[in-house]
Design a protein. Structure first.
Length: 228
């Protein structure tokens, strides 16, 4: 498994702290301080994970994230000093896998990087999950709906994998957050709502008029093994 981390941040002190901790944790680190340089870098160097600040010159982090998701599912952790919930949710809806708010503990960053890396690149035995015209092929991390391949972000893939593993089981938001994020993520239950919304859209593009994922109001979500 490659362990190359791209840090996109224009505050040099933050970069130096992150680099020290990431290198100590066994990662290789490269750094960019402008958003308009990121897409080319990612296409040329294929990092394993990106730590992406929202407020960077050249191109803001949300636009960078949107651009990356046009061609890559590389895990992205957003870094932001803007605490408004809409900013957090917008970053996730664009395909980010997690976010960290400034000021942050470097140890928290390492914990989240490790969690994202584990759930994205952990070597599992080849396995296929299937229900309701949906299929996941774990060996290749392919997700199919009605035979058509869907391009899912790592979080969307892991969410679908959890739901497909237990069709018709009702999952609370807390259960899905812990299963998908890899650790307790208190508050921000709407984070999962954003991922479910995006996953539903991608499924609907392949299977229109199918009620695949149901909302159980006041509880959470379930994947229906039988659909209309």
């Amino acid at each position: 498994m490659s362990r190359d981390i791209l840090v996109v941040e224009d505050e040099i002190k933050i970069v130096e702290i992150l680099k020290d901790y990431l290198v100590s944790a066994g990662y290789r680190v490269s750094r960019l301080d402008r958003g308009d340089l990121v897409l080319h870098h990612v296409k040329q160097n294929h990092p394993s994970l990106i730590l992406l600040d929202i407020m960077i010159p050249g191109m803001n982090g949300l636009d960078v994230c949107r651009g990356i998701r046009q061609f890559s599912t590389v895990p992205i952790i957003m870094i932001t000093a803007r605490v408004e919930e809409i900013d957090r949710l917008l970053g996730l809806e664009l395909g980010a896998d997690d976010y960290i708010c400034k000021p942050f503990s470097p140890r928290e960053v390492i914990a989240r990087v490790n969690a994202v890396m584990r759930r994205t690149y952990s070597p599992n035995a080849p396995k296929t999950l299937a229900a309701a015209e949906l299929v996941i092929i774990e060996e290749t991390r392919q997700a199919l709906a009605g035979g058509a391949e869907m391009k899912l972000t790592p979080c969307e893939y892991n969410l679908l994998k959890v739901l497909l593993s237990y069709p018709d089981r009702i999952f609370s938001r807390d259960e899905l957050i812990n299963a998908v994020q890899g650790y307790d993520f208190e508050g921000y239950e709407r984070t999962i709502d954003s991922h479910v919304k995006n996953l539903r859209k991608k499924i609907a593009n392949c299977l229109p008029d199918k009620d695949i994922i149901s909302t159980i109001y006041g509880v959470g979500y379930k994947l229906n093994s039988r659909t209309n």
